[in-house]
Design a binder for this molecule. Structure first.
Ligand code: ZN
Length: 152
């Protein structure tokens, strides 16, 4: 396993690219997940998306119920209209804290490490972390909320 360098900068192209779905959960993908797991622990983060280590797969790790798990090809199917606003930081934007409005509740689908499709409803901080990481997979960073509008 390896701790990977985290890519930073609000205008860095790989952090602004839309990612490509993972076609199959291979040995290489599982190895990548292990490296990302090491990396997010070393950085003491609550999540990490593949673009943050320079990889354009639709893959991220996120803390759910206090445990960091991989989300492969995650899609948020439903977001509640109700939102709340809290400060967020980002491992790719060190030292920056921004108020970000997020849906309070989401309905998420993804594949787990075994390639099995999972579905779950998340609320509160879990929902927030996942929305942050899925934003990364769409090339969106928290600075976009500071400008008052989200980039597509
Ligand atoms: Zn981030």
């Amino acid at each position: 396993m390896a701790v990977l360098p985290i890519i930073t900068g609000a205008e860095t192209p790989v952090l602004r690219s839309k990612t490509v779905p993972v076609p199959k959960v291979t040995k290489e993908i599982r190895k990548l997940i292990k490296d990302m797991y090491e990396t997010v622990h070393a950085a003491e983060g609550g999540g990490l998306a593949a673009p943050q280590i320079g990889i354009t797969h639709r893959l991220c790790l996120a803390a759910i119920n206090g445990r960091i798990i991989p989300l492969i090809n995650p899609e948020i199917l439903v977001k509640s209209n109700a939102t709340d606003t809290m400060q967020e930081g980002c491992l790719s934007l060190p030292g920056l804290w921004i108020d970000v409005p997020r849906a309070k509740e989401i309905h998420l689908t993804y594949k787990d490490e075994n390639g099995k499709r999972q579905e779950r409803k998340l609320t509160g901080w879990d929902a927030r972390v996942v929305q942050h990481e899925v934003d990364h997979l769409d090339g969106v960073l928290i600075v976009d909320y500071q400008l008052g509008e989200k980039r597509g």
